[in-house]
Write a new protein. Structure first.
Length: 281
């Protein structure tokens, strides 16, 4: 907001979770508004811009009085996510981080209705809203809870990938040293031995470190994407086979009609020849 643009409305915290337009995108928006006018209103909540921050800035720079509408719904989080999440060119990591950050903000509001805070209170609900796998959404939740605000903003703005940011806040665990040879007095009667308690990593034998977990998660997302693609191709194959069957039926009907008219022609030709022979006699 600058004095030059005479902007008096600030952005609502929920609006700030979406990355600002690039210079080229903003220039295109200004040109479109200058040619066609304002086609969508600026929605405000509590005197702040809930949706339409880029439009508001463009209108102010063009000297056009913005059309402002106060949001009167009961779930501003759902409103702004539905309005912006899937019409922007966002990566899966950005979408997941935005949804997680939005839910974290609304949970922190003491005056928020219970129905609002419960709308995205599970990982599966947040993943469905952001359009990503649950593994990716879990990483985004971890980012919002544990990462500094600067790192979260880098992910939301698309300057750093979600996986890279997670690696920064979760460095791989050091490799545990190999256990010493089992002393003779640790062996039991059947020839086996009891492992020392200090050989257990984090209370779980063979615990997976964060680096290995990230590799598993990335593979899981690729598998999910492959399964979705297979489903699409299977459905396309079904539609094509159905069309082929329909065309075969149409072909059989056309052949029957052609044979019918061929028989009619032969009958007419035979009758004509018979009549011609009778006339000649």
């Amino acid at each position: 907001m600058t004095e030059k643009n005479n902007q008096t409305l600030e952005l609502h915290p929920l609006c700030t979770y979406f990355p600002r337009m690039s210079d080229d995108e903003f220039s295109a928006l200004k040109e479109n508004i200058q040619l066609n006018g304002q086609t969508h209103p600026i929605y405000t909540l509590d005197g702040m811009i809930l949706d339409g921050g880029n439009r508001y800035r463009a209108l102010c720079e063009l000297g056009i009085e913005p059309v402002v509408v106060e949001y009167t719904g009961t779930n501003p989080t759902q409103f702004i996510l539905s309005s912006n999440l899937h019409r922007r060119h966002l990566t899966q990591g950005q979408s997941a981080a935005i949804v997680s950050a939005s839910q974290s903000w609304i949970n922190a509001q003491a005056s928020a209705p219970a129905s609002t805070t419960a709308s995205l209170d599970s990982t599966s609900a947040r993943a469905k809203q952001s359009g990503v796998g649950q593994r990716t959404q879990q990483l985004a939740d971890k980012l919002i809870k544990e990462a500094p605000a600067e790192l979260v903003k880098e992910v939301i703005d698309g300057k750093k990938s979600l996986n890279k940011a997670i690696k920064e806040i979760s460095p791989p665990k050091p490799i545990a040293p190999k256990p010493d040879p089992v002393p003779a007095d640790a062996q039991v009667a059947d020839g086996s031995y009891e492992a020392p308690l200090d050989g257990i990593v984090d209370g779980q034998p063979g615990a997976i470190d964060n680096h290995a977990l990230l590799q598993i998660i990335e593979s899981d997302d690729r598998i999910s994407a492959s399964i979705d693609e297979i489903k699409k191709l299977t459905e396309l194959n079904r539609v094509l086979n159905q069309r082929i069957n329909e065309l075969n039926i149409e072909k059989e009907e056309a052949v029957k009609v052609a044979n019918y008219w061929k028989e009619q022609f032969l009958k007419i030709e035979a009758a004509f020849n018979t009549q011609a022979q009778g006339d000649s006699q």
